[in-house]
Design a protein around this ligand. Structure first.
Ligand SMILES: C[S@@+](CC[C@H](N)C(=O)[O-])C[C@H]1O[C@@H](n2cnc3c(N)ncnc32)[C@H](O)[C@@H]1O
Length: 398
């Protein structure tokens, strides 16, 4: 079979529509009995995977493709999503985060006869693959795997799996354990001691933060914020830096900015160096964290945090009236309700950040229909070797 193109998940699509993961356009392949592909004619874009776990681990999908190929493919995905709405804006060159940059990872852990194993699942499978040399996560996260295995021994039920969300911070690791095992008093004491021994910054079990030894703060411009356990954080520091630079450039000298889907202040707090900011976010705990970070930082302009569901109650045109710039960074579902009211507003500039090309295309098209012009789009690839795409667009009221 000849591979014609890639699906949105990065799998090769053969001429007979068979989906064959880990193949590239133009390759001639044969399927082995076990379903894996034998590459008969490799693409010039095929490279040796940089990680020795790639063959078995499902964490990455595109390590067999060269960086330039992946960059061009991701940009094409975004271009197509915009073309579908008749839009052909200019693109700035893609920004790609380096290897070993993911500062947060959700590992899975399982008890074994010898102790425990922590890793990622094989592709479309519940088989767990150990990843001691993972090239995706930061060296700090990779070095934490033996500690996470010891934590799995304590926290996993005999047969079940634990999810271990680990986030790096300058104060140490912020670890969230999700397990079917119930947190009893003896376990509470045991994991608190474990966190001390392993110098974790914070350890949370389900909804309960068992111990905070050093608050795992994140730096957001001139402020530091203590995000709630497991709260959203941009995947790499490098990607966050690129997105923040783009957002700051788009907002320009706007004196008042509304940062919608603000999280814990990734954009609001840096923007407050020069502008008054209204930060709106659905998660009240994130807004509380943002507010605390703002109050503890001298020299910033006023930041007003509001917890509000922007799907059900988007800011209306009269509420948007005081703002000359808006930042939008919705979840994958996009911001349909909010762009509908923005389309009828007089807001001058919009920085639109998104992690879903399909809802991005839809939302940008609604803004264009409402009288905005797309100045440029940039893909920021902080999801290296995965099919995920992040992008930012600059829109100006025409
Ligand atoms: C992609 S994150 C961006 C967060 C922040 N801008 C950042 O860069 O860290 C999307 C945010 O939207 C929030 N969110 C999800 N659904 C929402 C809703 N219906 N209304 C308001 N905020 C929502 C999430 O809690 C999350 O913080």
């Amino acid at each position: 079979m000849t591979i014609q193109g890639l699906t949105h998940l990065g799998a090769g699509r053969a001429n007979d529509d068979t989906l064959i993961p880990r193949t590239l356009p133009g390759e001639v392949v044969a399927l082995r009995d076990d379903g894996t592909a034998q590459i008969l004619t490799p693409s010039a874009d095929r490279v040796a995977p940089p990680c020795r776990h790639f063959r078995t681990c499902g964490g990455c999908a595109l390590q067999h493709a060269s960086d330039p190929f992946v960059a061009a493919w991701k940009q094409t995905v975004v271009e197509r999503a915009l073309h579908a709405h008749g839009l052909e804006p200019p693109f700035r060159p893609i920004h790609t985060s380096p290897p070993q940059a993911r500062r947060r990872a959700k590992f899975s852990g399982r008890r074994t006869k010898k102790g425990a194993m922590v890793g990622f699942h094989a592709r479309a499978s519940d088989v767990l693959v150990a990843v001691p040399d993972c090239q995706l996560v930061t060296p700090t996260l990779r070095a934490a795997i033996p500690m996470l295995e010891a934590l799995t021994v304590i926290t996993a039920s005999r047969k079940g799996e634990v999810a271990l969300t680990v986030t790096g911070s300058r104060a140490g690791l912020d670890v969230l354990v999700q397990t079917e095992q119930r947190l009893t008093d003896p376990l509470r004491i045991e994991v608190a001691a474990f966190a001390q021994t392993h110098r974790l910054a914070r350890l949370t079990w389900g909804d309960e933060t068992v111990v905070t030894i050093n608050p795992p703060v994140q730096v957001m411009g001139p402020a530091t914020v203590l995000p709630p356990p497991g709260a959203f954080l941009q995947a790499t520091q490098d990607g966050e830096d690129a997105l923040r630079a783009a957002v700051i450039e788009i907002v320009g000298d706007a004196p008042r900015v509304a940062d919608l889907f603000a999280g814990a202040g990734t954009f609001s707090l840096p923007l407050a160096v020069g502008a008054e900011v209204l930060a709106v976010e659905g998660d009240a705990a994130m807004i509380a964290a943002l507010d605390k970070g703002w109050r503890a930082t001298p020299g910033l302009r006023r930041v007003t945090g509001v917890a509000r569901d922007l799907f059900r109650r988007p800011l209306e045109p009269d509420e948007l009236a005081p703002f000359s710039a808006v930042v939008l960074d919705p979840p994958r579902a996009g911001a349909a309700a909010q762009v509908a009211t923005l389309a009828g507003s007089r807001v001058d500039r919009i920085a639109m950040v998104s992690c879903n090309p399909v809802t991005f295309g839809r939302d940008v098209a609604a803004l264009v229909a409402g009288g905005y012009r797309v100045d440029w789009v940039q893909v920021v690839d902080q999801f290296r070797w995965s099919p995920h795409v992040e992008m930012v667009a600059s829109l100006t009221r025409a």
